[in-house]
Design a protein around this ligand. Sequence first.
Ligand code: AMP
Ligand code: TRP
Length: 342
Amino acid sequence: MSDAPKHTPRVFSGVQPSGELTLGNYLGAVKRFVELQDGGMETIYCVVDLHAITTWQEPSELADATRQVTAAFLACGLDPKRSILFNQSQVPAHAELAWVFNCVARLGWLNRMTQFKDKAGKNRENASAGLYVYPNLMAADILVYRGTHVPVGEDQKQHLELARDIAQKFNNDFGRPDFFPLCEPLIGGPAPRVMSLRDGTKKMSKSDPSDMSRINLTDDADAIANKIRRARTDPEPLPDTLEALEARPEARNLVGIYSALAGTDLEEVLAEFAGQGFGAFKPRLAELAVSHLTPITAEMNRLMADPAEIDRILGDGANRAAEIAEPILAETYDVVGFLRSR
Ligand code: AMP
Ligand code: TRP
C-alpha cells in the first residue's frame, strides 16, 4: 500500500558540521540540493549539529563549523527565501521524535548499519550510544516534516532504508497506514560517490586524517592544483572504454570528478582523453576544479566575515521549520497516547 500521494512532496536533507565540506559533499549532495530548489517541491536543508556530536566535537569549534556549512550552502546557491535553512539543535522536535523512534527501531536493524561499524572502528565498546542510534535521529529529521524526497550521496542509502522501515513499523504498530510517508532517496547526482584522492576504494571524507585525500571547499587554487597533481594514479594512459576503467579505481574517480564538474558523461571525457597519461589529464582537471570552486570559496569567505547575518538566517529558518514540525510532533504524541493537559 503506497501512501505517497497522500503526502505533499517535500524535500529534506542534512549535512554534518563536523569538518570542512569536501568536493564529495558538493558533487554528491549540495549541488543537487540547489537544483531541487527549482523542482516545484518545498525544500528544507538542515545543518545537523545533533548528529555531529555523536563523535567528539570541540565545543569552541562547533558553532563555527555550523556557520561554515551554512556559508557553503549559501555560496553554492541555496537561497534562504526559496529553501528553509537552519541548524537541527534549534528545533527540539527532531530530538523529541527521535526518542519515539528509538522505541520503534529494533536492535537487529541498527546492528546491520555499516556506517556505525566503520565509524566505531575496533573499539566498539567505547563508541557513544548516540552513534548507535544515529539513524533513528536521521529518520526523525525527515519524518518530523513528513519529508518525501531525500537527496543524499550513496553512503546514506542504508540509513534511508531504515527510515522507511521505521515509518512503516510506526504506521503498522499504531494502525495508521498513512501517518508517515515512506520517504524516497534521491541518489545519483553528478557524482553520488566521490572517492579519496589517496585511495580510490575509500570515499572522500571530511573526517579522513589525511588532508591530501580530499578537496575542501575552502582550499585555494594552489592547494587544489597541488592535491590533484599528487593524487594517486596508475602509470597507464586513460582507456577508451568504461569497462577498462572499472578495475582502476583511482583513474575512475578522477574521470568521474572531471565529468561531474564539466557536466558531461564519462564516455565524453574518455573520448577526449583516451591514450593520454595523467601528466596531461591532471592539469586539465585541476583547471576545471579551480574554475568551479574558487568563486564558491570567495563567496564563503565573504559570508563568514558576517557571522551575525548567518545566525539570523539560521534563526529565521529554525522558526519556519518549527512551524511545520511542531504540529506533526503533536499529532504523533496523540497517536502514541501521551497525555496533554495544556
Ligand atoms: P556528511 O558530510 O556525512 O554529513 O554528508 C553530507 C552529504 O554529502 C550526504 O548526503 C552524503 O551522502 C554526501 N557525501 C559525503 N561524502 C561524499 C562523497 N565522498 N561522495 C558523494 N557524496 C558524499
Ligand atoms: N547522516 C547524514 C550524513 O552523514 C546526514 C543527515 C542527518 C541526513 N540527517 C539527515 C541526511 C536527514 C538526509 C536526511 O551524510
